[in-house]
Design a protein around this ligand. Structure first.
Ligand SMILES: Cc1cc2nc3c(=O)[nH]c(=O)nc-3n(C[C@H](O)[C@H](O)[C@H](O)COP(=O)(O)OP(=O)(O)OC[C@H]3O[C@@H](n4cnc5c(N)ncnc54)[C@H](O)[C@@H]3O)c2cc1C
Length: 388
């Protein structure tokens, strides 16, 4: 029995980020009494606001594909349904191939991507240059194009979800840090923060890069590490580019990088350091811009005179296999994991928010039951997501 003297909620969500806010929206909408607690002063101040806004369903496994497909439905219809402009643009994603290795790997992936119902195809060099005329044609073999993918503003989207969640009855406590999770006889009882105690039957760990610290509060050890990534935005220029361009070729110092033109004209881009830089350090480095700009200009020479306006740095909450961790704890009754979103938490968030509501309210669909094993907290973490 939870303590009747404490403020009581059905669900407490730790983290008002890409995952916690859409989860609260769906729970509140379904009349579940929900409290979201975040250590920062407003929504999205962890990794969410560092995301560059890419949204794709083109992954390599059914769980991420299915969650992101649902997210795309939500992002793309949000303005019509609720009136908020979250800057959704359906420009597509394009994975470019300049070597046989990438061509073969993208073509192999297409088989399963088609099986999971994705609208994605291989375009040869000529076809691809019609979609992205500014790609460097030298050595270009072709690439995949998925026209239904797109981008939106992480801050505008999260703020819109937050406002709707509050309208539907969710409570948010900012500048409050969860210090303890109370359990009794293996069951969740509530949480203690630096400002008070609350009782609840369910606690959702949506703490992003801090997920391990939260798991430790209930004696669970799951692998989520903050993995530092940098991004940048240029001055705005006239529109010339529709899809997000992704180049997965590794080079010394970096793995893949990706960029797109925002609806207001700026180019926004990001690179994956190799080896990874672990930790929460958000100070920009002097290596990032020379490394990424050289690579981008090679693939799109037209970018060579554009001026960069700002860079920033943040954390991917990384798992060893590149897949998220979603599901109930078997050792602590009422403890639900929604962690390890890697570089895709913004795009997974809205679809995942609905799934978390179905987990809490116990009305999983057949599809949910099919995909949950892929993201189970109890998997081996031995595989490798190919498009992480
Ligand atoms: C440079 C960069 C580019 C990216 N680009 C993309 C992209 O294009 N598309 C995409 O989908 N993803 C992208 N990502 C990844 C995306 O930002 C993350 O996957 C996502 O934000 C993770 O969501 P989350 O809700 O798990 O964590 P967060 O959004 O970080 O939310 C977790 C929250 O938990 C709170 N918290 C933690 N511990 C406590 C505690 N003890 N008490 C109270 N509150 C607590 C934190 O304050 C934080 O607000 C990018 C990330 C970076 C860094």
């Amino acid at each position: 029995m939870s303590n009747p003297l404490l403020p009581h909620y059905d669900v407490i969500i730790i983290g008002a980020g890409s995952v916690g806010v859409p989860a609260a929206l769906n729970l509140a909408r379904n009349r579940v009494k929900t409290l979201v607690i975040d250590q920062y002063p407003s929504v999205g101040q962890g990794s969410n606001k560092r995301a560059i806004g890419g949204i794709r369903a083109t992954h390599s496994d059914p769980a991420k594909i299915s969650l992101s497909q649902r997210s795309i439905d939500i992002f793309s219809t949000w303005k019509d349904l609720y009136g908020d402009d979250i800057e959704w643009v359906q420009g597509g994603y394009c994975f470019v191939a300049y070597t046989d290795k990438e061509e073969n790997s993208f073509k192999n992936l297409l088989v399963s991507q088609h099986k999971f119902g994705l609208n994605i195809n291989w375009l040869d060099k000529k076809e691809l240059l019609q979609v992205v005329p500014d790609l460097n044609p030298d050595g270009l073999l072709g690439g995949t194009f998925s026209p239904e993918d797109g981008n939106a503003s992480p801050l505008l989207a999260l703020h819109a979800f937050y406002q709707r969640a509050v309208k539907d009855g969710a409570e948010f406590h900012f500048q409050e840090q969860v210090k303890e999770i109370k359990t009794a006889a293996g069951k969740i009882q509530g949480v203690s923060t630096d400002q008070g105690d609350y009782s609840a039957e369910v606690v959702i760990n949506a703490a992003g890069g801090w997920a391990e610290e939260i798991d430790e509060l209930v004696g669970i050890k799951l692998p989520v590490r903050p993995d530092s990534h940098e991004a940048a935005i240029t001055e705005p220029v006239q529109r010339f580019l529709n899809p997000m361009i992704v180049d997965v070729r590794p080079e010394p110092g970096s793995a893949n990088y990706y960029f797109y033109q925002h609806t207001t004209g700026q180019i926004i881009f990001c690179i994956t350091p190799s080896p990874s830089i672990w930790g929460f350090d958000t100070r920009e480095t002097s290596k990032f811009l020379p490394m990424v700009s050289k690579r981008m200009i090679e693939v799109m020479p037209r970018l060579k005179n554009i001026r960069v306006r700002r860079t920033w740095r943040g954390a991917y909450p990384m798992t060893p296999d590149g897949f998220p961790i979603i599901g109930w704890s078997k050792s602590v009754d009422g403890y639900l994991l929604a962690t390890g979103m890697c570089g895709q938490g913004f795009m997974l968030g809205p679809g995942l928010g609905e799934l978390l509501e179905r987990l809490v309210c116990d009305h999983l669909t057949e599809k949910d039951k099919e995909i949950l094993p892929y993201v189970s907290p109890y998997r081996e973490f031995a595989g490798q997501e190919q498009l992480k």
